[in-house]
Ligand binder design. Structure first.
Ligand code: NIG
Ligand code: FE
Length: 412
């Protein structure tokens, strides 16, 4: 006879979209399954009746509802001051995003508002936006800096993100983002890049404030040569890299990202065939951001067919930010990825779970599998495709983080 196995929680009567990457069935669906949690991790997942040897402390029924991994939002800029609803109105009147940026608005407007915000204000507004994501089933979120553009404010942004992570309502990973050249340094962009490499990045690394480094490689931000210097410095400091690449033009960012073994290359509306091949060769995840594409009314869509052809893993994220994507729902991004970019619901959901985790360098989440973190979302739907189909509605029944129920209500 086998020894009984201890568990803190046994969740039964669950239709589980495991999202296991090697599953033989779509979504890795287990129609009538059970999940056990021990010490914050998944200790068992299988069909009804497979957990007879498990002695759980608590049992809960999902009442046949759909259970997925907690969602992973792998690209956000959710720490910032103010908002940019005025620019939204101007764009609807005909101005383009690039026009506004060149006229001193855009990122620079949020930089001014972020520098002016107190630590408490930054924390409170970011916490509110984190709450939006949590209420939509997100359990891990990446948060970028990049609205400070001076050492002090960049550090304040990263500390704010770390503080949010320490509140234990969400797993937070942080990224230092070299976003653009500040307005008062436009006459000497290379000097500014020197400063980022010499002073800012080493301080960020020494204080362990960032889990990765990102650069906005674009004609309104950093050139490929400047981007490369920042990436090389990050790699020297032992930090993984990612890139905002080919959002507004084909700057060759994807090839650069691949050369530096980037975890992800993000946006990619203007990705070239050579760029797609390079990402495939490096195992870099393509992060698609349909919220920004829709909000800016971009005619050009990322070449999803090319990404599929090359077998580049695709992730989907909100890009939550005040300028191009004031979007606080990852499922809404999943819906937009299907309707706008023509991803299948399964691709889009994998993009907000397993592939999003990979875009952050994690293999312990975004999947319901033994050994993974016990981060789960329970939904008021029958079929996984419904998560991409309904939109603008609240489908979440419960959210479990490290085995702990973090939203009130049924079923556990
Ligand atoms: O991901 N592309 C650059 N950064 C953000 C937008 C920044 C802003 O306009 O505030 C993005 O779209
Ligand atoms: Fe972004």
């Amino acid at each position: 006879m086998t020894e009984p196995r201890r568990a803190d929680l046994l969740l039964t009567d669950a239709r589980i979209a495991t999202m296991a990457p090697d599953a033989a069935v779509p979504y890795g669906l287990l129609d009538d399954g059970v999940v056990a949690v021990t010490d914050g991790r998944i200790s068992h997942v299988g069909p009804r009746g497979s957990a007879a040897d498990i002695v759980p402390e608590r049992t809960g029924s999902a009442h046949g509802r759909l259970v997925t991994p907690g969602l992973v939002d792998c690209h956000t800029h959710l720490v910032f001051g103010g908002h940019r609803a005025d620019e939204f109105e101007q764009r609807l009147g005909g101005a383009t995003y690039e026009d506004t940026a060149r006229a001193g608005g855009g990122i620079a407007a949020t930089v001014a508002a972020t520098r002016a915000a107190s630590d408490d204000e930054l924390l409170a507004s970011a916490r509110r936006r984190l709450g939006w994501l949590a209420a939509g089933g997100v359990t891990t979120v990446e948060v970028k800096s990049g609205y400070g553009l001076d050492l002090d404010t960049e550090l304040r942004m990263l500390r704010t993100a770390r503080r949010l992570g320490a509140e234990d309502t969400m797993r937070v990973t942080t990224t230092f983002l070299a976003h653009t050249v500040p307005a008062d340094r436009r006459d000497d962009p290379d000097g500014y890049v020197d400063e980022v490499c010499r002073d800012v990045l080493p301080t960020v690394a020494a204080e362990r404030l960032a889990d990765a480094v990102d650069v906005f490689c674009e004609r309104i931000a950093f050139s490929p040569a400047q981007t490369e210097r920042i990436l090389a410095t990050a790699v020297d400091l032992g930090l993984p890299v990612k890139l905002h690449a080919e959002q507004l033009s084909d700057s060759g960012g994807a090839v650069l990202a691949a050369r530096y073994g980037a975890l992800s290359a993000d946006h990619l509306e203007h990705l070239s065939p050579a760029g797609a091949a390079a990402l495939a060769g490096a195992g870099t995840v393509a992060v698609l951001l349909p919220g920004a594409s829709a909000f800016l009314g971009e005619a050009r869509l990322p070449p999803v067919g090319l990404l599929r052809e090359h077998g580049v893993p695709m992730a989907v994220s909100t890009d939550l930010n005040p300028g191009t994507s004031p979007l606080g729902s990852l499922l809404q991004a999943v819906n937009l990825a299907c309707t706008r970019f023509r991803l299948t619901p399964e691709e889009a959901l994998r993009g907000a779970t397993w592939n999003a985790a990979r875009a952050l360098g994690h293999d312990d989440r975004g999947v319901v599998a033994v050994g993974a973190l016990a981060d789960l979302a329970i939904w008021e739907v029958e079929r996984p495709a419904e998560l991409a189909y309904w939109h603008g509605v609240d489908l979440l029944a419960a959210r479990i983080l490290g085995g702990q129920l973090t939203l009130p209500g049924e079923p556990v």
